[in-house]
Design a protein around this ligand. Structure first.
Ligand code: RIB
Length: 296
């Protein structure tokens, strides 16, 4: 069984601020850092650091050399990564003293993915293989349908939520990964709990992984609900926490852990990541996560 992530790659421009910039305001920043990011890249690194082999497919622009170096240095296989002339995607990220972030994206190469690119990559994978996807790539609907037709186990993270993804048919998706706001919006509801119940009814074979911030996380699949608490920590930067959770969750499932254990490890990895600055660079190794879980 293989794990492939057809995912975004961004250069993150990170600014430490006292508060998020408001309309009409110009503010000084306290520091500036350039990091590797993109939900796809972060998730691939999390899968790899969980101990599971993962292929990362996507489009790397001319400025992306350091992103590829970090991926391969973290053990991610890059044979399906395509080098293109389109500028690399990037993110402008403000981080407040409480660790909360505010992000805006420029898609760049992530938005240049074509149906032909998708078919070429997916042709290497077979029924039962995992495919991780996020909503930062072009032709997402095409990728989803092509993957479902091939019998891949699709793990779809709808973040950052958009109008287009609200209309996607989730039949055949193995796991939908959402936070509370995304859960409500995907179901067309006001309330996250109502959204969760609606999605369960609408897509009986769908697995739902719902992250609830300080309230932990809950998952639903095959008629069984599993709950996991969050581990309280002092956050310095929450960027990439959801990606760490998803990557660890899939990596642990792929290594044969049961769902409860996969959620526990994912929750611990995510908690550890927010105690460190940056997205991909803050993702812990399995040895650290295991030690922390065993010390509970
Ligand atoms: O989830 C965090 C990521 O979102 C950042 O690394 C940024 O690149 C955006 O994709």
């Amino acid at each position: 069984m293989n794990v492939v992530n057809f995912g975004s790659l961004n250069i993150d421009h990170v600014y430490a601020v006292d508060h998020f910039c408001r309309a009409g305001e110009t503010i000084h920043t306290k520091s500036y850092t350039q990091n590797a990011g993109g939900k796809g890249l972060n998730q691939s690194i999390a899968v790899s650091r969980s101990g599971q082999k993962v292929h990362h497919a996507g489009l790397l622009g001319p400025e992306g050399t350091r992103l590829a170096e970090l991926l391969s240095g973290s053990g991610v296989d890059l044979r399906y990564l395509q080098h293109v002339a389109t500028p690399q995607g990037h993110a402008i990220i403000q981080v407040q003293p409480d660790g909360q972030n505010c992000i805006f994206l420029y898609g760049g190469s992530n938005q240049a993915v074509t149906p032909e690119d998708i078919d070429a990559v997916l042709s290497h994978f077979a029924p039962g293989d995992y495919l991780l996807m996020q909503n930062e790539m072009s032709n997402l609907t095409y990728m989803l349908r092509a993957a479902v037709q091939r019998g891949l186990r699709v793990v779809l993270n709808v973040s950052p939520i958009s109008e287009e993804i609200l209309h996607v048919d989730l039949s055949g998706v193995d796991w939908l990964v959402v936070n509370e706001i995304e859960c409500a919006r995907m179901a067309g509801c006001e309330d996250p709990q109502a959204g969760y119940e609606t999605l369960k009814q609408r897509y009986p074979s769908l697995g739902i992984l719902l992250t609830l911030g300080a309230e932990g996380s809950v998952s639903w699949k095959d008629g069984v609900e599993v709950r996991q608490c969050a581990y309280p920590v002092k956050a310095v930067d929450t960027t990439g926490a959801g990606d760490t959770y998803m990557g660890y969750f899939v990596g642990c499932l792929a290594q044969g852990m049961d769902r409860q254990a996969a959620m526990q490890y994912a929750s611990m990895a995510s908690a550890m990541s927010v105690t460190r600055p940056g997205a991909a660079v803050s993702i812990p190794l399995m040895d650290e996560v295991r030690a922390a879980v065993e010390a509970l």
